[in-house]
Design a protein around this ligand. Structure first.
Ligand code: DAH
Length: 318
């Protein structure tokens, strides 16, 4: 390598020398040029040879099929212990499975999204203070790690719009990773998971939505539940609700212990319109809520920070 560098320096010197041809008397220029060119060719040949030699280094191929135990030394521990699915991923599978049994399709959300899908497509007016409720991060290019899975609503509506033309409903759930600019504590994480649901048909209503949500939560917790709603506000639903369940006795709840599980509502006509769906003909409802909270209740966990901690003792309990 050092040799290659020296040769390249020499080539530079020769080129600089050649620039001096202007000062050489006319009758001597031809000879001057020939002499410099000969040296230049010699150096170029040496550079080519050195470059080739650098590439011919003997490389031992890696066996990409070899068993590995990244945290331990082979071969004592062979056969090694394999990793396992993260508890949140296991639960996401369970959640989507329940919705699939009810006829829902599943889409994946994105880890980076844009201003249009995060706000505009969801009927957030420009400069509206509701945007501040979703204080997330931005890349230098202006992309957004989504603050909720609702960023996928517009895509889901467009992707499945053909269902409506075929006389069927749009029914899709979208789990995904989301981010918020939070002061982290036992109940707040900057990185967590949500699951979004979107349903559109010619004649659906809020009662259908509450039925679907009740069915989901009762399947997930494996028991009958008391549910309750209270008014909420989201720019992309009208009316908007907060959906609550009474914490079951078996999970340490007392009577009247209602927990807010998700936000939901009838999809705002502007959101349908922006996706090319006629809001005078079709109606829809949507919901979205935290996966972490759902799972914490199921397993009686008291600190959301376990999920992102990578703590093996915690992970091994699942
Ligand atoms: N995206 C909202 C949030 O994270 C939750 C939500 C509310 C989702 C209403 C919806 C909805 O789909 O219709 O706070």
């Amino acid at each position: 390598m050092a040799e290659l560098e020296t040769l390249k320096q020499e080539l530079k010197k020769i080129n600089a020398e050649y620039a001096g041809i202007r000062d050489v008397p006319a009758e001597k220029r031809a000879e001057f040029g020939r002499e410099i060119n000969a040296r230049k060719q010699e150096i170029l040949a040496k550079i080519a040879a050195a470059e080739k030699a650098a590439m011919d280094v003997d490389v031992t191929p890696i066996d990409i099929t070899a068993p590995t135990a990244p945290n331990e030394t082979l071969p004592e521990v062979y056969p090694q212990s394999f990793g396992s699915k993260h508890p949140l991923m296991q639960e996401i599978d369970r959640v989507t499975e329940i919705y699939q049994m009810m006829g829902f399709d599943v889409m994946e959300s994105r880890q980076l999204d844009d201003e249009f899908h995060m706000f505009d497509s969801l009927n957030f007016a420009k400069e509206h203070p509701a945007r501040d409720g979703y204080d997330t991060f931005r890349t230098e290019e202006g992309l957004i790690p989504p603050a909720h899975t609702s960023t996928m609503q517009h895509r889901a509506l467009k992707k499945y719009k053909h269902n409506l033309d075929e006389g069927k409903a749009i029914a899709v759930v979208i789990p995904g990773r989301v981010h918020r600019n939070e002061d982290v504590d036992a109940t707040h994480e900057h990185t967590f998971y949500q699951c979004e649901g979107v349903y559109v048909s010619e004649n659906c209503n809020m009662g259908n939505m509450l039925g679907i949500l009740r069915e989901f939560f009762e399947k997930y917790y494996g028991q009958k539940l008391n549910i309750r709603t209270q008014p909420g506000y989201f720019p992309f639903t009208e009316p908007s609700l907060e959906f609550m369940i009474e914490k079951p006795k078996t999970l340490g709840g007392k009577k009247g212990d209602f927990l807010e599980m998700l936000g939901c509502g009838m999809i705002h006509p502007n959101v349908l319109k922006m996706a090319g769906i006629d809001p005078t003909k079709y109606h829809g409802f949507a919901w979205g809520g935290g996966m972490d909270r759902l799972v914490m209740l199921k397993y009686g966990l008291d600190d959301v920070r376990y999920f992102e901690s990578g703590n093996l003792n915690f992970l091994k309990e699942f």
